[in-house]
Write a protein that binds this ligand. Sequence first.
Ligand SMILES: C[S@@+](CC[C@H](N)C(=O)[O-])C[C@H]1O[C@@H](n2cnc3c(N)ncnc32)[C@H](O)[C@@H]1O
Length: 361
Amino acid sequence: MKLLISCFQWTTTALANELKILGYKVFDNFSSGVYIEAEMEDVYKINLNSRIANKVYLELNHATIKNFDQLFDFAYQINWNNYIKKWHKINVSINIYNSQINSNKSTQSIVNKAILKKLLWWDWQRMSDPKKEIINILVQIIDDKCSIFVNTSWESLHNRWYRKETGEAPLKENLAASLIRMCNWYFKTPLLDPMCWSGTICIEAAMIARNIAPGLNRNFAFENFIDFDLNKFENIKKELKSKIFNGNYQITWYDIDPKVLESAKNNAKRAGVLDTIIFEQKDLKDLKKQENYIISNPPYGKRLNNDDMKLLYENLIKIYWKKSKGCFISSNERADRMVWYDFKIKNLNNNGEMVKLYIKK
Ligand SMILES: C[S@@+](CC[C@H](N)C(=O)[O-])C[C@H]1O[C@@H](n2cnc3c(N)ncnc32)[C@H](O)[C@@H]1O
């Protein structure tokens, strides 16, 4: 079976490396995802284990398609009852490139019609219910080769279900994990996030250090598929839980705002890593140069005036020096002018917003 695994733009290499460590070979990739060949059991494993992926799509059918009649028959061949339940609201997204069929809107409407014709029980009234759970279908037509995928993850895998309390600009959990991977943090090395709010970076680092699979506390769309093997799934989870380590780590959370401490602790508790993180309220300006990893997501400047912002970035860059490693993420132009030769700069797409990743050389 072919899987399409999506991720944030520019984190594809980190995702491919993660999949390699999990034992999978990527046979193709694009700017925000990769393809692998795998079995249904791997769908369970990748959804449970991937820290970097957004969604795992399973290919249901593929063929060369050159017109809408062929597209309708092709979509109708799929046994949709195996994947779609009465409580689902169907969402069909389209991705077409260099093909004879070139209308997203018509493709979407034809695939929708084929699905509804196959689902004999379909009830139009239910379809408009806004409270219904969404099932995502992805139609990809590239050079006339069409694949229809179903999203096996349900909501994006960044949602590990530990972060109930967040600030105004929380970093997505899988982006935080990508930053940690991209700057090659090794779990025995001390790590500090000096501006941590809900604790995402520290929590993700602690989960990596302790080998806690990120998907253990959430549900997935594949649990509703007709051939879902509950026994197999429970056994995989049991094995993953048996591989959680306990050790001594130095992962430190600081923030200037005393009000956010309890929320960050609650998030860490839900993630099962409260005891793995050292929490302290501190102002960045009081920190000395750090010898180890600093990974951070400082304020971008929307709520601070220019002078405060300048000082904040000066203080942040001051704590990185020749002995420190790590990275920070920002869309504030000031950072560009301040970091020069000490940092390598990469572009990232943070949920539609272009941001820069500054990796300490
Ligand atoms: C963009 S938020 C971090 C969001 C975090 N990565 C998350 O996922 O929730 C920036 C944080 O920097 C903190 N901060 C601002 N100025 C600071 C300073 N001088 N010292 C320490 N923390 C500061 C703010 O309180 C805020 O929590």
